[in-house]
Design a binder for this molecule. Structure first.
Ligand SMILES: C[S@@+](CC[C@H](N)C(=O)[O-])C[C@H]1O[C@@H](n2cnc3c(N)ncnc32)[C@H](O)[C@@H]1O
Length: 274
C-alpha cells in the first residue's frame, strides 16, 4: 500500500473518532480543504501526523473545539457581495410584499452579519414585521456572537459603502450604537431574528420557508453532501420559495436544478417550480 493511501486511512479513522465522540460528521466535506484544516490543527497542536490527533481530540474537548474552529471558516461581512442584496431587494422583495407573512432561513450564518444586512433592507422596505427569520450554524460560538449583535467598529466605513451599494436608503449607523471600538445593532433587529444551532449534515427540515439563503457553505462540501443539503432545502421550502446560493455556488451541475427557475444566474437566486 502506498504511503498516500495509508494517510487517507489515518484521516478516515480520525473522522470516525470525531463522529463517535462528538456526533459531528465531516466524512463528506471536500477532501482537499479538510486536509488543509487538519494540517492547520497539527501545526497548532505541535503534532506531525493526523493519527496523533485522535487521542488528543477524544480526551480533550478543547482540541475538538479548535478543530471545529478550523472547519468553520467563519469569514463573513455586512452586505457581502452587495449586488446579491440589491437583487433580493429589487427582485425578491416585490414578491414578498404580496404575502401577509413569510419565513426566511439563513443556513450557515456564521457570526450573523449577513442576516443583519437582510433584516435592515427588509426594515427599509417595510417588510420586517411580516418576516420570521431563522439563522442557523453548526458552530455554537458563532451563534453566540450573532445573538449579541456586537461587532468591531473597524469595518464601519467599508460596511457603510456596501450598504449603500446594496440599495440601503438611510445611514447604516442609524441601526446601531457605537461604543469605543464596537458597534451594537438595535434591539429591533436583534429581536427580529431567531439564532439557533443546526447542522446541515444531520439535522432536519425547517418547514415552509419562503426564502432559504445559504452562501459560501457548499464550497466546503463534496458533491454527495451538496446534493443531500439541496434535498433538505427543497423539503424545507414553501411553494414558489426562493433558494439563494450566492456568487460562489450554483445549481447548474446538480440534480436539483430541474426543481427551480433561475431568477438571477450571477447571484444564484432560484425560485421553486410547482
Ligand atoms: C464562510 S462562512 C459563510 C457565512 C455567510 N453565509 C456568508 O456568506 O458570509 C461558512 C459557515 O458555514 C458553517 N458551516 C459549515 N458546515 C456546516 C454545517 N454542516 N452545518 C451548518 N453550518 C455549517 C460554518 O460554521 C461557517 O459559519
Amino acid at each position: 500500500m502506498e504511503i498516500a493511501e495509508i494517510a487517507e486511512i489515518e484521516i478516515d479513522t480520525l473522522l470516525e473518532a470525531i463522529k463517535l465522540r462528538y456526533d459531528y460528521d465531516f466524512t463528506n466535506y471536500a477532501r482537499s480543504s479538510l486536509k488543509r484544516r487538519i494540517h492547520g490543527l497539527l501545526i497548532k497542536e505541535k503534532l506531525e501526523m493526523p493519527y496523533q490527533l485522535i487521542p488528543r481530540i477524544l480526551y480533550d474537548e478543547q482540541v475538538f473545539d479548535n478543530f471545529l474552529a478550523e472547519m468553520s471558516v467563519t469569514v463573513t461581512e455586512m452586505f457581502r457581495d452587495d449586488d446579491f442584496f440589491r437583487q433580493l431587494k429589487d427582485v425578491v422583495f416585490p414578491v414578498l410584499s404580496t404575502y401577509p407573512f413569510f419565513k426566511i432561513w439563513h443556513a450557515g450564518c456564521a457570526t450573523g452579519e449577513e442576516v443583519y444586512s437582510l433584516a435592515i433592507l427588509l426594515r427599509e422596505a417595510g417588510l420586517l414585521e411580516r418576516a420570521k427569520i431563522y439563522a442557523t450554524d453548526y458552530n455554537n460560538k458563532s451563534i453566540d456572537v450573532a445573538k449579541q449583535g456586537i461587532y468591531s467598529a473597524e469595518n464601519s466605513k467599508a460596511n457603510e459603502k456596501s450598504y449603500l451599494k446594496a440599495g440601503g436608503n438611510k445611514k447604516l449607523s442609524d441601526y446601531y450604537t457605537k461604543e469605543y471600538e464596537a458597534i451594537k445593532f438595535n434591539q429591533e433587529l436583534t429581536s427580529a431574528i431567531t439564532f439557533a444551532y443546526h447542522n446541515l449534515v444531520k439535522d432536519g427540515v425547517f418547514g415552509e420557508m419562503n426564502i432559504i439563503i445559504c452562501r459560501n457553505v457548499f464550497i466546503y462540501f463534496d458533491k454527495n453532501l451538496q446534493n443531500n443539503v439541496l434535498n433538505l432545502f427543497h423539503q424545507s421550502s414553501a411553494s414558489k420559495g426562493f433558494l439563494c446560493l450566492g456568487t460562489k455556488e450554483t445549481l447548474r451541475f446538480s440534480n436539483a436544478k430541474e426543481n427551480y427557475d433561475v431568477i438571477c444566474e450571477k447571484n444564484s437566486i432560484y425560485q421553486r417550480k410547482d
